[in-house]
Structure formats: C-alpha cells, structure tokens
Design a protein around this ligand. Structure first.
Ligand code: MG
Ligand code: MG
Length: 258
C-alpha cells in the first residue's frame, strides 16, 4: 500500500528530514582520527532530543542506537561501538528522526583524514548516482528508472550495486512501500506519482556486489571485505524535478570549513 502525502504531511516530513541533515552536520564536526563511533552516536542522540524529536532508529526492530555507523567494508546497519576511527577510513553515518510523528532518513559517507584516491572515487560516484536517481524520480516515471540511472553510473565506473538492500517509502513509518532498488530497468516497476515520499539510498561496492550479515544480527558488510559507500536522501515526487526533503548543505558547510 503506497500512501500519497498531502502538502501538510510533506511539510512535516521536510521538517523531520531537515533535522536529520542538521544532526549529520553535528556528527561531521566531530569526525576525526580517534573519535569512537559510540561518541558520534551520543552527539547525534543529544542533538535530536534537544530539538524536540526522538531518534528514529533507536529501538526500531530492536536496533540499539541512534545512528547506523558503517566503516570501510561495512555497508549499512553498523552498530556504534568503541571502535576509534583511523586515518584513511570511510564511515557511512545513517540517521533517522521522528518529529511530530513523521520520519526523517538520510545518510552520508565521510572520509577520515587522507583517503585512498580510488576510495574517494567510490564516494564521488556513489553520491553522483544518488543525484542521477533523484533526477529520474519524477511523476510519470517508474521505480525502475531510478535504479537504472544509479546502476548505469556506478557500473560504468567499475563498481557494483548491492542488491539485497533497497530504498523505501517514508512517512509515519520508517519503511513504507514501495521498495526502491538501486538497480533496475527503464520503464519498469511502480508508477511514480506526485505526493509519494521515498528514500533513495545507493549502497555501492568497490568489489563484488554480495554482502553478508555479521553475527551481531545487524551489520551488513561486503563479502570480499572491499569498501562500500552509502548516500541517502528522502525526496517528494513532483511533476518535474523531485523536492529533496533532507539536505547535505549543513554537512558540506562543516566539511568545507574543516
Ligand atoms: Mg537511512
Ligand atoms: Mg533508508
């Protein structure tokens, strides 16, 4: 069942998603060699609560923390821990909020100090693929058009698309219909309509596309232990270009001034 959102609901979703962007910017300020992923989690939780919202992932399906923090070969759903970030790491930080009953969901992959050129390219291509996916997410197109755009861009660069995890609708629930795969065929799948709100979240691997779940029951990592990148925006489908409800602006302001 796909719920089309009213303009009032989209305004509430925008507010929640903007708070996610601001939370990720707070996290960005503290990303450096030596910080533990649990310290980043605490910063995010405090910031979300001080803004009148609650963490969207904490307790969701039993998830123990506010952030999913996934380092290097971890793809998504990493549990914050006492791991201290090291020079050359990449770290995907995925954040959810609930504000006035509506979810925000967005993710960004950060570099820790100097990162290998090929890994930097993986991040660049993954982020570009998210933009291309968003460009394809317009009223009258289909879900497959989004996945096609993402897959084409990433595979052309020699990277692979994770198949086992996908994007999703967002609303009063964190995960609503439809599923939004990062691969697909043009003109296939669910018809996109104005008022649909979806999270597009390419998870792109440097090596093989296959992933496994760690024994902690959450963390997804690459089977070949090569790095993986993850960027996510929540968007509202429009006639013409989609509206991006989340934002990387606050994050990039922090990164540009570091
Ligand atoms: Mg997310
Ligand atoms: Mg998501």
């Amino acid at each position: 069942m796909i719920y089309l959102k009213t303009p009032e609901e989209i305004a509430l979703l925008r507010a929640s998603n903007q708070l996610v962007g601001k939370t990720l910017a707070e996290v960005a300020k503290h990303i450096r060699v030596g910080v533990t992923t649990l310290e980043l989690d605490k910063i995010a939780e405090d910031f979300i609560r001080s803004n009148g919202a609650v963490p969207g992932f904490l307790g969701y399906g039993g998830f123990p923390n506010t952030l999913c923090v996934s380092v290097n070969d971890q793809v998504v759903h990493g549990i914050p821990s006492n791991y201290a970030l090291k020079e050359g790491d990449i770290v995907s930080v995925d954040c959810g909020t609930v504000l006035n009953g509506y979810y925000g969901d967005s993710a960004y992959t950060f570099c820790v100090g100097e990162v290998d050129e090929k890994v930097k390219k993986l991040l660049k291509i993954t982020k570009e693929s998210l933009s291309l996916g968003i460009d394809s997410a317009q009223h009258g197109n289909r879900i497959g058009d989004i996945g096609y755009a993402i897959q084409k861009h990433c595979q052309a660069a020699g990277f692979s698309v994770v198949r086992k995890l996908v994007g999703h609708g967002v609303g009063r629930n964190l995960h609503e219909d439809p599923e939004v795969p990062n691969f697909g065929k043009r003109g296939q799948g669910v018809l996109l309509k104005e008022g649909m709100v979806i999270a597009i979240e390419p998870m792109i691997n440097m090596g093989n596309r296959d992933v496994v779940q760690e024994k902690d029951g959450w963390t997804i990592r690459t089977i070949d232990r090569k790095p993986s990148a993850h960027f996510e925006h929540t968007i509202a489908i429009r006639k013409g270009k989609a509206e991006i409800l989340s934002t990387f602006d606050y994050i990039e302001e922090v990164l540009n001034n570091k």
